[in-house]
Design a protein around this ligand. Sequence first.
Ligand SMILES: [Zn+2]
Length: 284
Amino acid sequence: MYTPKNPGALDPIEELQEMADKELKAIKISHILVDRIVVKEFDEDDLHRLADSVSTAFYEGEGDIYLQIIKENQGVEKKSQLTTHNSLLHFNNRLELDGMQFEEPQPNLFSFNNPFGACPTCEGFSQVLGVDADLVIPDRRLSVYEGAVAPWKAEKMDWWRQNFIKGAKKFDFPVHKPIADLTNRQYKQLWEGCEGVYGINDFFKDVESQLYKVQYRVMLSRYRGRTECPDCNGYRLRKEALYVKINGKNIGELSSMPVKDLQGGLKNWINISASMIKTLPKEY
Ligand SMILES: [Zn+2]
């Protein structure tokens, strides 16, 4: 029968290998020690050996490894940001930040023609079937008060227009201003509503909840159309691809830049990257 040793003690793996599965499950193994190395200065062989051990540890640890550095006469290396319990430094080979895990960038991730990179909502087409804003507001010279929102012009739907006009005071919305002159924020408020006041999206949600009535089905069909995909904002790529940024811009934003600006920007970034590579120590 195996008797566990003191916490922190090392047990040879051979002893564990001889144990039955039941016994093995009953003991708590906190870590498996893959390698120990004592050196004054690392030579080439040491570096190769370390590289092998690190790769074994990453493989066996399914992406996580712990490292303990003990300096001569100094005891355990003092705690750093990476230090976890028992003064172990923790590393993993995942791309993650703030609890989110990211895909490792590879060419297919940036291609909307490839199922791996395409936005799953619009399948890389940039548009989805929804409510066509140009059909809902066909004349942008009109204000909300004047009936710019076409579906609210119907006698039975005037309640929605009245409700918006009354509520608009709460958030200072200019109901007499032509739609074309609204700020982006105001235009968004008209669609999304604000401070409990219903907007155009709420109206269509209500219509969709009553599609069992034929007149609602007819009305919705009048305003149906292809609209920009809300998940990728028309960039066609899945969000993991858009998380990757160069100088604060994702590939979609870079593609929408005028060629002149993009060319200048890229030249600068390449120069900066080249100078960074030059200043890296040799071993990198
Ligand atoms: Zn999309």
